[in-house]
Write a protein that binds this ligand. Sequence first.
Ligand SMILES: [Zn+2]
Length: 114
Amino acid sequence: MRGILGALCPRCRTGKIFRKSVWRFPGMYERCPACGLKFEREDGYFLGAMYIGYGLGVGTLAVLTALVWEVLRWPLLKSVAGGVVLFLPFAPVLTWMARVLWIWMDQGIDPDRS
Ligand SMILES: [Zn+2]
């Protein structure tokens, strides 16, 4: 869990996946600086991360919309619009987290042994 939250390489758990902060997306290393694991294994590799990002985004938006609806008692559509506005700062973080989860999941299922 610490490796995922710290965006560390799933193989060596010491090298970082991203070279910069989440606000300078993507800023990824091509390979792990510690063990040399190639993060983007093939073209279109991060398409799978988009599915994870979609799930994370919908869940976050639902929570934010429910929060706006509960606190401000706005009508549903207005609450969704408020939830979308509150969601925008989370978008880079969720995209970053989706890539990390995708790399970890992929390496867990089909580890790169090269
Ligand atoms: Zn590594």
